[in-house]
Design a protein. Structure first.
Length: 116
């Protein structure tokens, strides 16, 4: 049997881990009510996380990392919007392309970061 302390720890860590996904799903729900199907939201989250990590590591500032994450997510969303709206691309294909580009690009850039 799990002790109450362990149950609260598991519940707390689950809520902490699920919060970013809940926020993104709320944003995607709002976007879908406007008629946008953003499959690339996972790529936007990944790019934001990578930017936050790399900038926070380089500057030692969590605030700079947070600003970098917001900027990177904005740029990924702008790329999706540009391709979908201005380029009249299919939203599913464009979102998948954003996911794949960010996945490959973040892995490549992570390997290029200097080790501490």
């Amino acid at each position: 049997m799990i002790s109450p302390r362990a149950a609260f720890a598991i519940l707390g860590s689950g809520v902490t881990a699920a919060t970013p996904l809940l926020l993104c799903s709320a944003g995607e729900t709002l976007g879908e009510s406007a008629g946008v199907i953003n499959i690339g939201i996972e790529g936007e989250m990944l790019l934001g996380a990578f930017a936050a990590f790399s900038v926070s590591r380089a500057t030692g500032s969590a605030a700079a990392g947070l600003a970098a994450a917001a900027t990177a997510g904005l740029l990924a969303s702008a790329l999706f919007a540009l391709a979908s709206i201005r380029g009249r691309g299919d939203q599913i294909v464009t979102g998948t392309a954003v996911n794949l580009v960010v996945l490959g690009g973040s892995g490549l850039l992570l390997r290029s970061l200097p080790e501490h």
